[in-house]
Design a protein. Structure first.
Length: 192
């Protein structure tokens, strides 16, 4: 997702009326497409999708299976299970980012998508910050202070690090526990 283009949301539900209703409610804010089965969802989900709203109970390929395949493909999208299935302990090992029980209002959908996009942006910013700090530490360990003080590139690096750190701190203030879990799930998965 770029900063100027709306996020892309894939709504997956075998009940066409439900999927179409969610899509209609979200189309003013996002680029929305729908899939009416797990098979169709797997055909449509690709790197351009930012958020998937995924029903669990569908004939053929279930939402749980779709979720697993999305994660196996290592697609960088957020997945919210939007379902009438009451959660049980099986959700502990499921790699989704949010779990919402139907019925769901437009406000619920918007809030969920916006939270997922915020955590995705946080993760991306954190990765950029980490890369800059690694470069910074390498230069500190291998260059004399006098050379570092005279380097415009090093000063720019430090300025970028400061700006990213401020952005990360500001975003952290808006997080709740589920945002932290979503933000750091992919970081730990990406490092394995």
């Amino acid at each position: 997702m770029s900063g100027t283009e709306p996020a892309t949301v894939l709504v997956v539900d075998d009940e066409r009326d439900v999927a179409d209703a969610y899509a209609a409610q979200l189309s003013d804010e996002f680029i929305v497409s729908t899939a009416y089965s797990g098979k169709e969802a797997l055909e449509k989900v690709d790197a351009s999708v930012d958020v998937v709203l995924l029903d669990r109970r569908m004939p053929g390929i279930s939402g749980d299976e779709v979720l697993e395949k999305i994660r196996q493909r290592e697609l960088n999208c957020r997945v919210a299970m939007v379902t009438a299935v009451d959660p049980d302990f099986d959700i502990i090992d499921m790699p989704f980012d949010d779990y919402i029980i139907k019925p769901v209002s437009r406000d619920d959908l918007l809030e969920t998508i916006n939270q997922l996009l915020t955590t995705a942006e946080y993760e991306s910013t954190l990765r950029r910050y980490y890369a800059l700090t690694a470069k910074h530490a390498t230069l500190l360990a291998n260059k004399p202070e006098s050379e570092l003080a005279q380097s415009e590139e090093f000063q720019t690096l430090e300025s970028e690090m400061h700006d990213l750190r401020s952005e990360l701190d500001e975003t952290l203030l808006s997080f709740d526990d589920s945002d932290f879990e979503a933000a750091f799930r992919d970081l730990s998965t990406g490092s394995e």
